[in-house]
Design a protein around this ligand. Structure first.
Ligand SMILES: Cc1ncc(C[n+]2csc(CCOP(=O)(O)OP(=O)(O)O)c2C)c(N)n1
Ligand SMILES: [Mg+2]
Length: 270
């Protein structure tokens, strides 16, 4: 399933995906708009430009949403890629649905069960080591949240991936500065992740996580790194694109009411 897009096409898709997120979460009266909106460009560039996401290829790249609560944008992208029919989105978060509130193996295209923060990067580290041990060229992309970095389990993979020179592991930080119940800097001042990862022996990059062209370039550069795992600090805005949701932790998990839905759709102008 090759579905590569141009930068211009990705920009249009990102607008559509923002609307899809709002429509989906309003229709189901459920949550996680903020962290879904902040990851739109990062995931779109990975899935539609960089990764081999062909479900029929057993050696395809793996893409792991470690911040599993952003499942709405993941499911919207997977349905756009044809992993399952778009009508499945109507069953989002319903009992028995293949689209649960957090990613599970019930969903075609999901490469790791996530939701408990820190779990995804652990899967990613193991998968990438397995690929290297089998001399496969495949990559593992892993998207983390900045609140998620407070989980101790994250740092086991950070240490071991450097030791095993896992240059097929690309971890991207959705650096929006906000977590569930406040600002990351107030809850756990964690200083400079770029410097920390460097000290652990990773190759690091920084990028604007909403600039699809910059994301595309940085991911190309990441492909050239040898002997070190790759960390990309992607600066983002939680709730990006909807003014009243931007940088507000209340929109981490809040369902969207009718008034806010109408305002959001108007703002998106699509
Ligand atoms: C181990 C664990 N502890 C707590 C939670 C509850 N939880 C879900 S999302 C979240 C905040 C995550 O913030 P961040 O990683 O910054 O995500 P983003 O801002 O990208 O949405 C928390 C505490 C969880 N899912 N897993
Ligand atoms: Mg965050």
């Amino acid at each position: 399933m090759s579905n590569k897009k141009s930068l211009e096409e990705i920009k249009c898709l990102c607008k559509k995906f923002r609307k899809d997120i709002i429509e989906l979460l309003y229709s189901k009266q459920t949550g996680h708009p903020g962290g879904s909106l902040s990851a739109v460009e990062i995931l779109s560039v990975i899935y539609f430009m960089k990764a081999n996401s062909n479900i029929d290829d057993k050696n395809r790249d793996r893409i792991i949403l470690s911040k599993g609560h952003a499942a709405p944008i993941l499911y919207i992208i997977l349905s756009e890629l044809g992993f399952f029919d778009k009508s499945e989105l109507d069953n989002f978060r319903q009992l028995g649905s293949i689209l649960q509130g957090h990613p599970t193996f019930k969903t075609p295209g999901v490469d790791a069960i996530t939701g408990p923060l820190g779990l995804g990067i652990s899967f990613a580290g193991g998968m990438s080591l397995g690929m290297k041990s089998n001399n496969l060229d495949s990559k593992v992309y892993c998207l983390l949240g900045d609140g998620e970095m407070q989980e101790g389990i994250v740092w086991e993979t950070v240490m071991s991936a450097a030791k095993f020179k896992q240059d097929n592991l690309i971890c991207i930080l959705d650096h929006n500065g906000v977590q569930l119940d406040g600002l990351v800097k107030d809850i756990m001042p964690s200083s400079d992740h770029v410097e920390i990862f460097k000290q652990f022996g990773w190759h690091t990059f920084s990028v604007d996580g909403h600039d699809v062209s910059a994301l595309s370039n940085v991911l190309d550069e990441a492909m050239t790194v040898k002997g070190k795992p790759i960390f990309i600090d992607a600066k983002t805005v939680k709730g990006k694109g909807i003014s009243f949701m931007e940088n507000k932790n209340i929109w981490h998990g809040k369902p969207i009411d009718k008034d806010c839905y109408e305002k959001a759709i108007k703002e998106l102008g699509v």
